[in-house]
Design a protein around this ligand. Structure first.
Ligand code: AMP
Ligand code: ZN
Length: 455
């Protein structure tokens, strides 16, 4: 049985798609004004695992991801500057150049992490007319009002505004922050269309029935998700920061028009934190990009391995030591897998255990433990290899590319002798043999699944 924790119902539920054997998936994409950081990428990794698990369960997945290239202001509460325009000013480039540059860089990070691309990429700026048409429908139904800086959605008119986040605006920490705009009727009301400022010219702006301006950030996701996946679809994801505002607003503006449920399953990934439990973020100024990881000669897939080690609904504390340990574990895994020879029929017992773990709300830490248990087991090598390659369709660590290291016969014999000495608790002999191996330019590492020889 495949089950996920659904933020909307606050419980784990069996996955039942709208259409048999199909799954519509929308994942909120990046705002392309800067590099994606390891925190963002943690969320895209969890979504990649979700997609692979759906496919592995026989679903034809239609995956849509947006690129936010306009309208995301420095505060989610429709205040501040447009992130892309600010970045363009700072880097002395056009907004279009900024968006293109960081979109390309984002796609490179996905490739480095073995994250499969969506079936449909959609840019906010390519869907301006659809967004204007949506606002017109909201206007006809009486959900909008105009104030000096834009056209807003009246959240008090939409019953069930709080259903995803389970909290009233007045009970939220963010409440104080959103009340800044005194013209708004309710603190949680949000902009559907923002007017261009009178005193300066924006690079991105469009005419609309309400005046020259640009769409509010939340609108693009409701409009594009429904365009490509239908009025109601199966799964929608993002990081937990999207629950109280962005996804709450997406639901309101979608359901206000259609009067149908927007999404059946909402899945949210916890934060990557750093230092003293602080969220990694661009505005927090504590972010690390994948380029820095690569500059330090760490394989990006070591970051993937690290992320798999913690369940997506738990915080993960980033440290360079933890990443180094992940790199080490991954190298050991490659060395062990490479020596297993050709795959034959897999181990049904372990394959069963693995599916149960991963189908249970994407339990990746348990799945990784099963990988090591299988390596340690008495099953024949070719069976282990077959099952590990099957698991890799989900964990995505490129195990197939693991190449055996050429280890001379003498070194192998020394390592075998050392292992025998170790088993017999003769550590003096074991250490002496280890020294001999090291002198010859090799090293042995003891892993959960036995010793591994490396150059
Ligand atoms: P943004 O480009 O800011 O819209 O963020 C892209 C995705 O990254 C969203 O799904 C966010 O929820 C997610 N995100 C942002 N910061 C973190 C973090 N520190 N850990 C995990 N996910 C994050
Ligand atoms: Zn979104």
């Amino acid at each position: 049985m495949l089950s996920f924790y659904n933020t909307l119902t606050r419980k784990k539920e069996a996955f039942k798609p709208l259409n048999d054997k199909e799954a519509g998936l929308y994942t909120c994409g990046p705002t392309v004004y800067n590099y994606a950081h390891l925190g963002n990428l943690r969320t895209y990794l969890f979504e990649d695992i979700l997609k692979r698990v759906l496919i592995n369960n026989g679903y034809a997945v239609k995956h849509v991801m947006n690129i936010t290239d306009v309208g995301h202001l420095t505060s989610d509460a429709d205040e501040g500057e447009d992130k892309i325009e600010t970045s363009a000013l700072k880097e002395k480039k056009t907004v279009w150049e900024i968006a293109e540059f960081y979109t390309k860089s984002f796609k490179q990070s996905l490739a480095d992490l073995n994250i499969s691309e969506p079936d449909i990429w959609c840019k906010a700026t390519d869907h301006i007319q659809e967004q204007i048409a949506w606002i017109k429908k909201l206007e006809e139904k009486g959900f909008t009002y105009k104030i000096s800086d834009g056209l807003y959605f009246d959240t008090s008119k939409f019953g069930g505004y709080e259903k995803l986040r389970g909290q009233k605006t007045s009970d939220m920490k963010e409440g104080a922050r959103v009340e800044k705009n005194t013209e708004k009727k309710n603190p949680s009301d949000f902009a559907l269309w923002k007017f261009s400022p009178q005193d300066s010219k924006r690079q991105m702006e469009w005419n609309s029935p309400w005046g020259k301006g640009f769409p509010g950030w939340h609108l693009e996701c409701s409009v594009m998700a429904q365009k490509y996946l239908g009025e109601t679809f199966d799964l929608h994801c993002g990081g937990i920061d999207h629950i109280p505002t962005h996804h709450t607003n997406e639901i309101a503006q979608a359901e206000a028009v259609t009067e149908k449920p927007f999404v059946n399953y909402w899945l949210h990934g916890e934060f990557l934190v750093i230092g003293k439990d602080v969220r990694m973020g661009k505005s927090e100024g504590n972010f690390i990009t994948l380029n820095t990881v690569k500059e330090k000669n760490v394989n990006p897939l070591a970051y993937r391995y690290l992320v798999l080690g913690t369940h997506y609904r738990k915080k993960l504390n980033f440290t360079w030591e933890a990443l180094q340990a992940a790199q080490n574990a991954l190298d050991n895994l490659y060395a062990l897998v490479a020596n297993l020879g050709e795959p034959k029929i897999g181990c049904a017992e372990f394959e069963q255990k693995f599916s149960e773990a991963i189908n249970d709300d994407l339990n990746t830490p348990k799945s990784l433990a099963i990988v090591w248990d299988l390596l340690k087991s008495d099953y024949p090598n070719e069976a282990k290899k077959a099952s590990l390659l099957a698991f890799d369709k989900i964990i995505g660590l490129n195990l197939r590319q693991a190449k055996p290291i050429a280890v001379p016969k003498e070194i192998k014999e020394l390592a075998d002798k050392r292992e025998q000495a170790r088993q017999a608790k003769d550590f003096t002999t074991a250490d002496k043999l280890r020294d001999e191996i090291n002198k010859a330019g090799f090293k042995v590492e003891d892993t959960l699944a036995g010793p591994v020889i490396k150059k």
